[in-house]
Structures are given as structure tokens and as C-alpha cells.
Design a protein around this ligand. Structure first.
Ligand SMILES: [Mg+2]
Length: 122
């Protein structure tokens, strides 16, 4: 299993990576810092899951998702984000993110969301 993570803030990159390594020691993790880099990786590699931040420079999470869909990439994408305003959650799901994980990340929440994807039953 291989997971692609798009997150622009270094601290958040470390937190997400550390949590996933703890929860799923056998999963291979690739980290990029914006949507454009993520799209590039998706075009050239195979992944089982994408975790993406929303607010990122160059290309944000929404655009990453819609660009990936346009070229037929059908990997499940989960959003990791802080919710600023009410309605954000609905907006994310409407855009096609399958699930979301709220920042600051609670490890139990993350496990509940990711288990079905990474332990093979969703
Ligand atoms: Mg960000």
C-alpha cells in the first residue's frame, strides 16, 4: 500500500507522517507540498489513497481533486483540514472528497477514517 500526502506546512507534514507511521507501519508514504506536485505524482505513480490539505500554494486541494478527476484518476481522496466556517464540511464532500479529517488531528479520528482504506475494506 502506498499513500500520497499533500500538505504545505512542514509541521503538519511531520505530524501526519508520524501518525500514519505509528498506525500503519507497513504503508509507504510519499509527501509533497502542494496540489501541482501531487498531480504530477499521481500521473506517474500508483497510489492507494491520497490525503490532501485544502489550503496550499500553487494548487489547492479542491483544484487537485478536480484536475485529477478530469484525467480519470480515481484514487480515493481524503481531505485533512481545519474548518474555518460552517458549511466547509459539506463543501468538501460536494467537491468529491470521500471523507475528511479535522485539524488538529486526533489520532483516533484519523484511524477511524483511514482503517477502511488501508486495512482493505471500503
Ligand atoms: Mg495548508
Amino acid at each position: 500500500m502506498r499513500i500520497l500526502i499533500a500538505e504545505d506546512e512542514e509541521y503538519n507534514q511531520m505530524v501526519v507522517q508520524a501518525m500514519i507511521e505509528l498506525l500503519y507501519p507497513d504503508i509507504e508514504i510519499e509527501m509533497v507540498s502542494n496540489g501541482a506536485e501531487a498531480l504530477d505524482r499521481l500521473k506517474n505513480g500508483s497510489y492507494d489513497l491520497v490525503l490532501s490539505d485544502v489550503d496550499m500554494p500553487v494548487m489547492n486541494g479542491y483544484d487537485l481533486l478536480s484536475e485529477a478527476k478530469k484525467i480519470g484518476i480515481a484514487i480515493p481522496m481524503i481531505c485533512v483540514t481545519a474548518f474555518a466556517i460552517s458549511g466547509d464540511k459539506e463543501k468538501l464532500l460536494m467537491h468529491g472528497f470521500e471523507r475528511y479529517i479535522s485539524k488538529p488531528i486526533d489520532m483516533d479520528d484519523m484511524k477511524a477514517v483511514l482503517d477502511p482504506y488501508l486495512l482493505g475494506e471500503h
